[in-house]
Design a protein around this ligand. Sequence first.
Ligand code: PEP
Ligand code: MG
Length: 754
Amino acid sequence: MAYSALGPRVLLRRLREVMAEPDTAQKRLDKIATLIASNMVAEVCSIYVMRPGQVLELYATEGLKRAAVHKSKLKVGEGLVGLIGDQAIGLNLADAQNHPSFKYLPETGEEIYHSFLGSPIMRGGTVIGVLVVQNRTRRHYSDEEEEALQTTAMVLAEVIASGELREVAREVAADVAHMRSHHLRGESLAEGIALGHVVLHEPRVAVHNLIAESIPLEKKRLDEAVQQLHLQVDQLLDGTESLRGADYSDVLETIRMFAHDKGWVNRLGEAVDTGLTAEAAVERVQNDNRARMMRTPDPYLRERMHDLDDLSNRLMRILTGAVATASRGDLPANAIIVSRNMGPAELLDYDRNKIRGVILEEGGKTSHVAIVARALGIPAVGQATGLIDLVDTGSPIVIDGNTGELFVRPSQDLQKSYAEKVRFYARKQAQYAVLRDVPAVTKDGVKINLNINAGLIVDLPHLHDSGADGVGLYRTELHFMMASRFPRLTSQVRHYKAILDQANGKPVVFRTLDIGADKSLPYLRQPREDNPALGWRSIRMALDRPALLRLQVRSLLIAGQGHDLKIMFPMIADVDEYLRARDIVELEKAYLLARGHELPKSLQLGVMIEIPALIWQLDQLLPLIDFASVGSNDLVQFLFASDRGNPKLTGRYDPLSPAALGAMRLIVEKAKAHNKPVTLCGELGGRPLEAMGLLGIGLISVSMVPSGIGPVKAMLLELDQAKLWSFMAPLLKSPAHSIRGDLLEFAQRNGVPV
Ligand code: PEP
Ligand code: MG
């Protein structure tokens, strides 16, 4: 018996009529069961609704004994219906009674029916019911019939979730939410602990209007939306809108491939042909995709299906006009933002007072979004694989940024223990606060210069609360990344002046614009590159387009009037690049003097040592500069040829290795020989054990995330630097992959808190 292609269309039209009638929920379900049975030429149609306690209760039937309604109940996992409820998958069986999961319910009289077609009724990723049709003959239902049943299940989900049964659906959602706790381990990106509620950065869109009034009209809406989607994806790829990590470009490529994939677009069109609205068609095809995603064991394929899911969400937002990201909507208090990935500017879009944490499914420790999270002082965890499938906006969650652990829907006990941890953390911070005015001097009398890294005006209060000596790295690009267009001279001057004023006489090292690779400006077109980290970025771009650097230097010189100004150039690869950058400063000084401007009280120029080649030019470079700073995030990335933002490489090479420490030791020695101050401003400096290793190789100045100052100071107060160096010197000659364990042992043996 061939199922007519018009079948679902007729069925949906009739369903709409049923839904418009003023019936009770029960009556409506009864009518729907009868309708489906007759439309699908099935002898039986049954609707099971999930009840609290993970029980599927027969709510309506055509064909089974009526007396079984509200009596027949199957626990999730029990029988075929329970199997569908448990795994959220459809079943198509010609001989159901021989299936290992079959469970005979005598009160239903179903023993005479052999073939079985069932579909989960899903809402927001949760199974809220099961829809089944059965026939006497042993037959395999066609693909069209399967699809028709899935479409009907979608409409039923709306009936259950919006009518009188709403309370049941809500209880079930709460119940499932309560029952399913999850513990995930990601990677710590920013320290701190918080309890709060999930806010999906890209909210899911709920579709209420499912059945089309006019199919041609819905087709037109779909076509227009798909065209708009193509445009959006192309723009993303051009980089004009890309604020995410460099590793995101592969994802974008896949997304573009799907967006142009005829198969996907055709399936959407076919779903509209069955009588669904355009948005319901997207949801319908997305549900299929999700079901396949759950069944696919291949992690690569699952990833690609995730990409398709992203794309469907985009299309859904175009169709419904829903907000693109949660930062534009109302945020609850204690919001913990959950996203697959995110750029720094996207995080900065949020109201900082309301967010308690950030969790990313991707994203590594040195990605800029992690740096921004640390600057904002909010805990962040990356590499939380699979989290988005487990949560919805509002799900309670605990984020432990110290260990990278996440607890979805934590138990009462766990919540209590974490609330205690939060208090403990606050007490620890209070202890560090006591150290604020204690001089940072090691046990053997070496004064260590402690500085903070900053990039936002909101960072500056940390300079004073932490008792740091100055700002060792001011990342000027963050101001540029937050702006909607290039900040003009007046805007830049105002910004730098505010920083210098707030620093209140403490030194600030302004690093010139460091964009490219994973830091892009929304308004700056950058060419697509195969290797952006090794590409046209930072000082390279600045020297090729000197107008930008000139404007920035001019702004800094004006803002620096009456101050001691320090300017540092990033990503310098050779002496010549530094000289060219210095020439620009000279040009700007002359420009301002010629116009009667006053210059800063003093001006010092420095470079970041981030590119290994520079290590072999230190004898030529150091006499020409006033100071240097090791950018260990990039230096380590280039030393090991290991992308700092690639999650697959996270932790593969250790900065506490003889190679990395040896290279840094060389820099420290050269700087000493040339009598030039050197500091280190990579993320390493803020972690006590790593910072200890750095002091061990003779570094006496570090710049770090503000929250690192307390723990690092507590560490160095107990450290004998000379003793550590005697311990480390032979280790640097060892073939070890890492000397982390040795350093830890040293710390423990000598009572150094790390
Ligand atoms: C670094 O590379 O270590 C550094 C401090 O610069 P950024 O992290 O901004 O690239
Ligand atoms: Mg860098």
